[in-house]
Design a protein. Structure first.
Length: 255
């Protein structure tokens, strides 16, 4: 399960982040020539113990949290403790999600000049770009069998849910509504839960055909982070409205 948190999320002790600070001398600007003149540069260690507007995902074995913080992906023990960065600080990496076997993570990042879907091993090795092009590809998540990645993208005009086959590289457009669909959550039986702001605004789920049906109306609220129950008979999601956020569960019905 992954979600973005508007409030503070305690992290225990997060690994140290290093910042380069330039100190200006008499009559000098701290910004002039900063890219090449490091005569007054100093490294400063910053200890982070909490964060806001983050996404966190628990590994399948329940032992490790993956999270996004200050533009990079980190992993840390689920019970708390030091966090280890597994991406660099330059990609604005966000929304990590685990593979079913816990060996890899997918996430969105901006290294190529737009948000694309990337994958990396849990230890930070094997960084791989999965989607390409001048599009905005976001919120990736593995299918339950690990062979596909679902994500939201504007590559069809409005934001839709797309499916990437990892073995062939083939892309398939899952939703086609004129509105925007985002935060996909695939189930083992082939259905995909997602949030829509289109003609059926709210929490929706695909069926066996092309049509989607709405499980819960938005009713002026913002909906986030759908996730299936183990038996795929219900979907949990976050509803934010009227200054409050809450976790809700709705039955999904039959296929």
């Amino acid at each position: 399960m992954s979600g973005a948190f508007g409030g503070k999320l305690p992290l225990g002790v997060v690994a140290t982040a290093s910042l380069a600070v330039l100190a200006a001398g008499p009559g000098e600007s701290a910004y002039a020539g900063w890219a090449t003149d490091t005569r007054h540069a100093a490294a400063v260690d910053v200890i982070l113990t909490e964060g806001t507007n983050m996404a966190a995902a628990l590994s399948p074995d329940g032992e490790t949290l993956a999270l996004d913080l200050i533009g990079r992906i980190w992993t840390m023990p689920a019970e708390g403790g030091p966090a280890t960065p597994i991406t660099d600080p330059f990609g604005d990496a966000r929304q990590p999600q685990w593979s079913p076997d816990g060996s890899r993570l997918v996430f969105q990042a901006y290294w190529s000049g737009d948000y694309d879907v990337w994958a990396v091993a849990a230890d930070g090795s094997g960084l791989t770009q999965l989607t390409h092009g001048p599009f905005d590809d976001r919120e990736p998540v593995f299918s339950p069998d690990g062979g596909r990645v679902f994500f939201s993208s504007d590559r069809g005009g409005s934001y839709d849910i797309w499916e990437l086959d990892l073995s062939s590289g083939a892309l398939r457009r899952v939703t086609t509504d004129e509105g925007n669909e985002y935060t996909p959550a695939p189930a083992a039986d082939g259905r995909v839960a997602f949030v829509s702001d289109g003609s059926e605004a709210g929490l929706c789920v695909t069926g066996t055909g092309d049509d989607a049906r709405r499980l819960s109306e938005a009713a002026g609220a913002d909906l986030y982070s759908p996730v299936w129950s183990p038996g795929a008979d219900a979907v949990a999601y976050v509803r934010i409205g009227a200054g409050q956020s809450g976790l809700h569960v709705v039955e999904s019905g039959s296929v």
